[in-house]
Design a protein around this ligand. Structure first.
Ligand SMILES: C[S@@+](CC[C@H](N)C(=O)[O-])C[C@H]1O[C@@H](n2cnc3c(N)ncnc32)[C@H](O)[C@@H]1O
Length: 392
């Protein structure tokens, strides 16, 4: 493909990404993969270049752009080489019209930028939400020793025990160490959230929103495979991914419980007041993960944020009933909005005097209200809010 044809293809893919963002359709990664499958003439270099063009354009636009061309024009404004490729030749984008409008730059749609700023995320902190994420792995202590594990490439050691950092795009899934369950792909921020949970051998632990079990596996490793570990979720497909992962990781203590939305407490009736630890890794807006899914900021609405904060409050309420006297509740979101983090937990503490906040002892992060916050700029992780709540 010529460089100009790559730009035109990127514009068409952006059109699909924008349409999907407006209709809650497929994520950008899937749209790119589908495009590659349907356009076999594009070689690996073409695909890589197109991917770069698409993601750079997504990152550059704040509000949802009108179309793919206006998003690419925004980038072309500051890149004369890119602008020169709009030459109207075969498969190239049409020449840029003198009055043609480029999309609006920014960090996010204005309402969301305002909410972030009100939560103390602006300037460089906000810009870093759209930086490129590295690839972090967790060494699985059930099967490997972080000090002696040999990997095909040199990895950076991090302040997080057992965490290693690799360049983005490293194909770890092809390594024997991955197939054998010696390592798991997991952002260092997620690993810190698990560290904050402080799960210990012999405990009864409930991972209330386990998804595909990323944190469940880390909890099993922290527990040294001793105790009871219950992974719950309302999403059958995600929860179904846990068993094969647990098998590969040698996480033998994990059990799964599929929850019915609105009737979660019923499925967990046997565990009321029995858990040493309940982890609520709550569904959230994901503002801390824009490094990986930059177009997700075009999907979020104020109404969806309200739905999420109400769901988080409900999940916290369900969790309180599971925690035994002297136990703990650890609340985590990968969001940097206070309404999903510090504000949510402040409201919880006001309504639940049985719980008090304890500052998690972590090598990274900074205080935010009753919890701790990790940010891409300061901590080099995805954005997270973590609160440790101890019960009397
Ligand atoms: C942030 S994700 C969890 C990620 C997972 N803990 C991990 O480490 O990979 C939030 C999860 O909450 C689940 N969820 C949504 N509503 C729920 C509910 N009412 N009860 C339990 N889980 C719920 C979602 O299906 C999603 O998997």
């Amino acid at each position: 493909m010529t460089p100009a044809a790559r730009v035109q293809s990127a514009i068409e893919i952006l059109d699909a990404v924008i349409a999907a963002a407006r209709t809650q359709g497929a994520p950008a990664d899937r749209i790119l993969a589908d495009w590659a499958r349907g356009n076999r003439y594009a070689g690996s270099k073409d695909r890589r270049a197109i991917r770069e063009l698409v993601y750079a354009a997504i990152r550059a636009c704040g509000p949802v752009p009108a179309n793919g061309r206006s998003a690419m024009l925004l980038r072309a404004k500051n890149d004369p080489e890119l602008a020169a490729l709009f030459d109207g030749s075969a498969h190239a984008p049409a020449p840029i019209g003198s009055d043609e409008a480029a999309a609006q730059p920014g960090i996010a749609p204005p309402w969301l930028e305002e909410r972030l700023a009100a939560s103390g995320i602006d300037g460089d902190e906000a810009a870093a939400l759209l930086s490129r994420a590295p690839l972090d792995i967790r060494v699985n202590r059930l099967k490997a020793n972080p000090d002696t594990l040999e990997l095909p490439v040199n990895a950076e050691t991090l302040a997080v025990p057992g965490a290693l950092r690799l360049p983005a795009g490293t194909m770890v899934e092809e390594w024997p160490a991955f197939a054998e369950g010696l390592i798991e792909v997991q952002d260092a921020g997620s690993q810190l959230a698990c560290l904050a949970a402080g799960a210990k051998a012999g405990e009864t632990v409930i991972d209330l929103c386990a998804g595909a079990g990323g944190k469940t596996l880390a909890l099993a490793a922290a527990m040294g495979n001793h105790g009871t570990l219950i992974a719950c979720d309302t999403d059958r497909r995600r929860l179904g991914q846990l068993s094969p992962r647990a098998e590969r990781a040698g996480a033998e203590i994990t059990q799964t419980v599929l929850l019915d939305p609105g009737r979660e407490a019923e499925a967990l009736a046997d565990w009321q007041g029995r858990a040493d630890l309940v982890l609520v890794d709550a569904p959230c807006s994901g503002t801390g993960t824009w490094r990986r899914n930059p177009e997700s900021r075009w999907r979020l609405t104020a109404r969806e944020l309200d739905r999420l904060t109400a769901l988080q409050a409900r999940l916290l309420d369900i969790a309180t009933k599971l925690v035994k006297p002297g136990g703990r509740l650890v609340y985590v979101t990968c969001s940097l909005l206070d309404e999903e983090g510090a504000g949510q937990v402040e409201g919880f503490l006001a309504a639940n005097p049985r719980f008090r906040a304890v500052t998690p002892d972590l090598p990274l992060g900074s205080r935010r209200g009753p919890g701790l916050r990790l940010t891409p700029l300061r901590d080099g992780t995805d954005g997270f809010f973590i609160a440790c709540l101890s019960a009397t």
